[in-house]
Design a protein around this ligand. Structure first.
Ligand code: HPA
Ligand code: ZN
Length: 328
């Protein structure tokens, strides 16, 4: 199975670029930019990565992002991630970035986007990896903040395919951002949202009915509502699931209890992704391997999961079909 997973062409659809900051790069950038880190060494960092919840992870994730200052830092971060894509046979990526995490600390929107997109362009040319960029709003911030960020993004519209919604879920339902997403859709952005990771299935319904999402990020709590699962199947609304993340953040107790394979067998368009691989113990292939190890998936199902990653992407129908046909 390991060889099959390695060999399969795959798309990654749920990946926060700030979540690819490996401890080594974090230390290098902290030193270069003269930023104090709450850790003395890499062992200390690793022991801090013992999360009890989404919020406990986010505190550490935002602290790590403080080392990203210059355009070249965003380039280096993104390029390092794209090299892992090449090594794991990821041929298409749809990457989230969190502009507010950076603009709130005085980093210009342009610095962030230019650094990331220069790496994406280089990857297209040199590694043959295609990509889209998705801007995510932080749901713990205000609607006004999100509107301001939407405005800042408009000069870069040709570089950004869509908008998303992330950070701490409970207490910040999709409805809080209904008007921002309506305005984003009017500007031509595609729509995704984290929902049903920690918060209940009502957040998934809101993301569908109020934000009009093209797909749901995580969405694992859909299981609580039979009507919702039926709806996801009927409409083939994709879920971008991140198994290692779900276990690390305790949204799921143990991998053996993860519902991804159950949902797949019911006919939900589920995909495997890595979320924040530097923090959760693995990139996309490690996520596939963790699912195989704990959930008795067969080879055909693994191929279906890889095909689903293209089906659920924002690629053109022609490109989707091209990649799907490369999986026999
Ligand atoms: N959930 C919500 N927000 C996030 C995540 C996540 O898994 N990763 C980075 N921001
Ligand atoms: Zn995520």
């Amino acid at each position: 199975m390991k060889e099959l997973i390695q060999k399969l062409p795959k798309a990654e659809l749920h990946l926060h670029i700030e979540g690819t900051l490996e401890p080594e790069l974090m230390f290098t950038l902290a030193q270069k930019n003269n930023i104090a880190l709450p850790y003395q060494n890499i062992e200390e960092i690793k022991s801090a990565y013992n999360f009890t919840s989404l919020q406990s992870f986010l505190d550490i994730y935002y602290a790590g992002a403080n080392v990203l200052i210059n355009e070249s830092d965003f380039f280096d971060l993104t390029w390092a991630y794209l090299l892992t894509c090449k090594a794991q046979n990821v041929v298409h990526v749809e990457i989230f970035f969190d502009p507010q995490t950076h603009t709130k600390r005085g980093i210009a929107f342009k610095t962030v986007v230019d650094g990331i997109t220069k790496a994406l362009t280089k990857a297209e040319e040199e590694l043959g990896i295609s990509s889209f960029l998705i801007m995510s709003f932080l749901r713990h911030l205000s609607e006004a903040d999100a509107f301001e960020t939407l405005e800042q993004s408009l000069p870069f519209k040709d570089k950004i395919i869509g908008v998303g919604l992330d950070s701490s879920e409970v207490g910040h339902p999709p409805s809080k951002f209904e008007r921002v997403f309506e305005a984003s859709a009017k500007k031509g952005y595609k729509i995704v949202a984290h929902a049903g990771e920690e918060a209940d299935s009502s957040y998934i319904w809101e993301a569908i009915n109020l934000l009009h999402v093209n797909r749901i990020d995580h969405g694992i709590r859909c299981e609580e509502d039979v009507k919702l699962v039926d709806f996801l199947i009927e409409k083939q609304i994709p879920l971008t699931i991140c198994p290692l993340s779900n276990v690390k953040l305790k949204a799921v107790k143990r991998m053996q209890e993860h519902n991804i394979v159950k949902l797949l067998r019911q006919g939900v368009l589920v995909t495997i992704n890595s979320d924040d691989p530097a923090y959760f113990g693995g990139y996309i292939n490690e996520n596939y391997e963790a699912v195989v190890k704990s959930l008795h998936v067969n080879k055909e199902e693994i191929k279906t999961l890889a095909k689903n990653s293209f089906k659920a992407s924002f690629l053109s129908e022609v490109k989707k079909q091209f990649f799907i046909e490369t999986i026999s």
